[in-house]
Ligand binder design. Structure first.
Ligand code: TRP
Length: 386
């Protein structure tokens, strides 16, 4: 088996999550922590979240601090982000959907960073113009998630930089070149923009004095580990994270789903028929070579992508997922049948997401998140030197 390689920019090989936990200096989410969040959900009249229940969100850094702050009524805020990519796929929705759940739980402010600068510095061939149009595409999708318009601020780094700059300087002064190199593996021929960029991803953890919780995929954790070295010296709290695994690629358990191979990922814009074709053609199957063999040996849920996706994301109902597992692994359910179940679920999500995207557009939600909502207005009016 190939060794995995996980950095904030690349995921290669089959990821060994136990190993990652120790490599990244984070911990598993405990049963007590899960129970606290799920109880809170119940108290708010929300369903317990399938991503938490089934372990797609599986690791954390100091989640206890957030829980104890919440118990004491101290201030908490959320922060996440997405580098522009243009074509978002289902995997990209995961952190945002979970972030919305957390915002509903804590009823708190949320900052969403769009690091157009990161993309520009790390991708040799991209111009700021191209990136800018990718950002526009992504923002429309993100606006459809349904964040609280008065408590959410979405910003592009290149536009908000003037307001952030004082905090950028405070932060940059506290990160040495060797720390950045050790954390991110920069080389002598890395452009200096890349070396500076970690500052920008850390800064929003200082947008408020309270406790910052960052829901994201585990590959992003190195930034936030670094923040903890100096946050308190700057007069802020150490940040906390709640971390997800990567969504298994449609084509199998190696690496994460990538929009750069559009046949192999389900894009948010894929129409129902396309979803059906892609899943039928590309979803890696744990089924057997022939029907006879399948009936005899049963399907292998541990490697079957349709089963994995249903388990981790799409089938919330515990008894139904159990039933699917037993039917499929006993051979009673065929590969084409489990795919059919997945196709319906994926389309349900995508159709409703697209409706949300268009109603967000009609209601001018994006403008609220970026400029005219309560939090957005406050952020643009801010002067960090005051
Ligand atoms: N670097 C992230 C990406 O490549 C984007 C990002 C910026 C982010 N700030 C963040 C992700 C905070 C999670 C949390 O997509």
């Amino acid at each position: 088996m190939t060794e995995h390689k996980v950095t904030p920019w690349d995921v290669e090989g089959k990821v060994d999550y136990d190993k990652l936990i120790s490599q990244f200096g984070v911990k598993y989410i405990t049963d007590e922590q899960k129970a606290y969040l799920q109880e809170l959900a119940k108290a708010k009249g929300l369903e317990e979240h399938v991503f938490l229940k089934r372990g797609l969100f599986f690791a954390q850094m100091d989640l206890d601090k957030i829980i104890s702050a919440h118990k004491k009524g101290e201030s908490i805020f959320l922060y996440t982000g997405r580098a522009p990519g243009g074509e978002m796929h289902t995997g990209h929705l995961i952190p945002f959907m979970f972030t919305k759940f957390l915002q509903d739980l804590f009823d708190c402010n949320l900052y969403v960073q769009i690091p157009d600068d990161e993309k520009f510095l790390f991708k040799k061939d991209l111009t700021m113009d191209t990136i800018s149009s990718m950002v526009d595409t992504d923002l429309k999708q993100i606006a459809g998630i349904g964040f609280n318009p008065d408590k959410t601020f979405i910003f592009r780094n290149s536009q908000f930089i003037q307001k952030m700059y004082p905090l950028v300087l405070e932060t940059a002064k506290r990160i040495t070149f060797s720390q950045a190199r050790n954390t991110f593996g920069f080389e002598n021929d890395s452009n200096v923009g890349k070396i500076f960029y970690p500052t920008l991803q850390i800064v929003p953890t200082f947008f408020e004095k309270g406790f910052c919780l960052i829901p994201c995929a585990i590959d992003q954790n190195p930034y936030f580990l670094l923040q903890r070295d100096f946050a308190q010296k700057m007069g802020y709290e150490k940040n906390c994270t709640i971390l997800s695994k990567f969504l298994t690629a449609l084509t199998g358990p190696e690496g994460k789903m990538s929009a750069s191979n559009p046949d192999k990922a389900i894009l948010l814009t894929d129409e129902p028929n396309k979803v059906k074709k892609k899943i039928n053609k590309h979803a890696f199957s744990g089924g057997r070579g022939t029907i006879e063999e399948h009936r005899e040996l049963g399907g292998d849920c541990a490697i079957d992508v349709s089963y994995q996706w249903l388990y981790n994301i799409f089938e919330k109902d515990d008894s139904r997922i159990e039933e699917i597992k037993s039917l499929y692994s006993s051979g009673e359910m065929l590969s084409g049948e489990i795919k059919k179940i997945l196709i319906e679920k994926v389309n349900e999500l995508l159709v409703s997401h697209r409706e949300n995207v268009s109603s967000a557009f009609e209601n001018g939600l994006l403008d609220k998140y970026m400029h005219s909502g309560k939090l957005a207005k406050e952020m643009w009016a801010k002067n960090y030197f005051e």
